[in-house]
Design a protein around this ligand. Structure first.
Ligand code: G4P
Ligand code: NA
Ligand code: NA
Length: 194
């Protein structure tokens, strides 16, 4: 998606050879114009997939998911990372290990909002090691629902998440795939990852 790649080049900051900061439009300040276009692009790619629900994880996955949900006419459920006082009882849960932060956390979704028969599109802001997506897949599995695929805003193609998820036979659509962040420069992967 050219609009997104241009935005990354203009406003992204390469913090290290592993980390891209996009606080200016995605992770802290949110640019509704570009995030709307992103949500709609993901929705268009899955327009024929019979999606009944979007599943994301708080917090940065929510904004693009909202616009995709609006376009597809389906609700958005976000997995919670911390226990809420109102979130109890009937929960689907899984563990997500963050290599970046070196912590494992429990994520949860109420059984009320994800059910057998749902055809689910997972959306997230970044795909790095793939642990968040694996946790969401586990939750979909527990619900007895079906995964239609995964829509990602920015995939770091030099980290293992994309390969891990695609090798499971799951369709992953990433709007920008980064090949390298070496030398403070963002280099994109053009075409489809293999
Ligand atoms: P993984 O799920 O792919 O294994 O991700 P990892 O543990 O490596 O990343 C943990 C958090 O860091 C996630 O956000 C993820 O989206 C984010 N992240 C990973 N790589 C980058 C990067 O290069 N740049 C930025 N900006 N974020 C990155 P989170 O902690 O769940 O936070 P949020 O959703 O509340 O923003
Ligand atoms: Na995220
Ligand atoms: Na994030």
């Amino acid at each position: 998606m050219k609009l997104l790649k241009d935005k990354i080049v203009e406003e992204g900051k390469v913090l290290s050879k592993d980390v891209l900061k996009v606080d200016a439009f995605l992770n802290h300040q949110i640019d509704p114009v570009i995030i709307k276009a992103i949500g709609e692009e993901i929705a268009d790619r899955f327009a024929e997939a019979g999606i009944t629900k979007i599943l994301t994880i708080e917090s940065s996955g929510i904004a693009p998911s909202m616009f995709a949900g609006l376009e597809l006419g389906v609700s958005v459920v976000f997995a919670r990372k911390s226990k809420s006082v109102t979130l109890s009882g009937n929960l689907l849960t899984s563990k997500v290990h963050s290599f970046t932060k070196n912590v494992t956390s429990d994520i949860s979704v109420s059984k009320d909002f994800l059910q057998e028969g749902d055809v689910v599109l997972i959306i997230d802001d970044f795909l790095a090691n793939g642990q968040a997506v694996l946790g969401l897949l586990e939750i979909i599995d527990q619900a007895g629902a079906t995964t239609a695929g995964v829509g990602i805003v920015i995939e770091k193609g030099f980290q293992p998440g994309g390969k891990l998820i695609r090798e499971k036979g799951i369709r992953v659509e990433s709007l920008a795939i980064i090949k390298s962040l070496e030398n403070g420069t963002v280099e994109f992967l053009e075409g489809t990852p293999t």
